[in-house]
Design a protein around this ligand. Sequence first.
Ligand code: DOR
Ligand code: ZN
Length: 420
Amino acid sequence: MLPVTADLLLRNVASPTGRRADIAVTGGVVRHVGAAVRADETIDCSRFTCLPGAVDMHVHMRGGVQADKEDWRSGTVSAVAGGVTLVVDQPNTVPPITTPDRLRARIREAGEQAVCGFAINAGVLPDADLTGMWKAGAMAFGETFAAPSSYGEGLDLESLRALFARIHTLGGLATVHAEEVCGTAPETLAEHDRARPGEGEARAVGRVGELAPVGMRLHFCHLSTAASVRAARGSVEVTPHHLFLSYEDFDPDNTLARVNPPLRDEATRRALWSCWDAIDVIASDHAPHTLAEKSVPFRSAPSGIPGIETMVPLLMAAVYRGRISLLSVIEKTSWRPSEILGLPRAGFEPGDRADYALYPDELTRIDASRLHTKCGWSPFEGSEAVFPEEVIVGGVRVYAHGDLLEARPRFCPGKGYLLQ
Ligand code: DOR
Ligand code: ZN
C-alpha cells in the first residue's frame, strides 16, 4: 500500500547539491521528498534542470491607462514563460499607488488577470498613506525615487529621511532607486551615462544608507556599478541588462537601450560581474514601453526596457557556459528575494512553496518575436538563453512548451496585512 496521495509528483528531481529525489506536492506545498506516493499527475524531471520558481521583485506591469505597453495578463504570461512564478509590482503606475483604495484596485486588477503569484508595493511620497497601504497588503515600500525616473519624481533628502522613519516604525522594507542626475536631454547612450553617472549612483547609495534609521530594512534597486554595490548598506539588487549589456553594444542613439540607471561602458559592465558574490538579488526591472514610444529622437525617448521573460534564461545560459553556479542563480533569483520579502521559499524541502521551472539541456537564442510581452521587442535579441519547457505554480502545471495551460493568480500580501 502506498502511504499518501499527492496532487503532483515530480519524479527524479536533481537538487542543486546533485541528490535525486521524488517530490510530492499537495495543496501547493511540498509534503514529502523521496517517499513513494501515488499522485493525480506525475512529471518526469530526469531530463530537466529543475529550478525553484523565480521571484522577480522589481517589475512594472503597467496596466490601467498604460495597458498598451503591458497588462497583468501579458506581463505575467511573459513571467512564467521565463521561469518567474511570483512578481512584485512597482507603484509608479498612472496614477501612482499612494492610497489604500488605489492599492486595493490594483490588487483587484492583478487578481483578475495575473496567471502567477503577485505582490504590490506602496508608493513612497510625502502625502502617501503609508500606514493605510501597509494594512491593505502592500508587500514593501517603493521603489522610492531618490532620483527622478519614468513616472517618478525624485524626493529630497529631508523628505526621504522622514519617510524612512515612518516605514521603519511600520517594520516595512524600503526599496530605493538611488542616482544623481546632472544633465538633461542626452542625445546618445554615452551622454545618458554621463548625465546619470556611475560615480553619482554610488554617492547617492551612500547618502541614502546614512539617512536610514539603524536597523531599518533597506533594499537598493538595480545597482549598475561595482562601486555602488560596495557602497550599499542594505540588500543589493542588480538587473540582467546591467550584467549582460553595455552601451557599446548599440548604435549611439538607439532608444531601445535607454534605461535608468543607464547602461554603462564595457569595462564597468565587466567590473559588475566581479561583485557577483555580493549581489543579493537579480531582478528584471521589467519596464516595457511600446516601439512607437521609443521611435522618437533619443532626447525625448522614455527610459525602460522589458526583461522579465529573459532574466533566468540569460542566467541559465551563463550557468551552462560555466560562468556562474546553478546554486548562485537559485539563491539570487528565488531564495534571497523570498527571504528579503518575508515569503515562504520555493524549493525541494517539505513545507516549501511548490513553484518550479524545468529547463532543458539545450541553449537557444533570444528571438523577440517569440516573447510574450506586449511591447514586442527585446534589447537581448540574439543572446544565448535557456527557456523553461514547463512551469509549475502552486503545484499546478501552468505552462508547457510555449502554451499557457492554466492561470494561478495568488495575491501575496506583506506583513502589515495581518493587522487588519
Ligand atoms: O528606466 C526605468 N524605467 N527606470 C525606472 O526606474 C522606471 C522605469 C519605468 O517605469 O519605465
Ligand atoms: Zn528604478
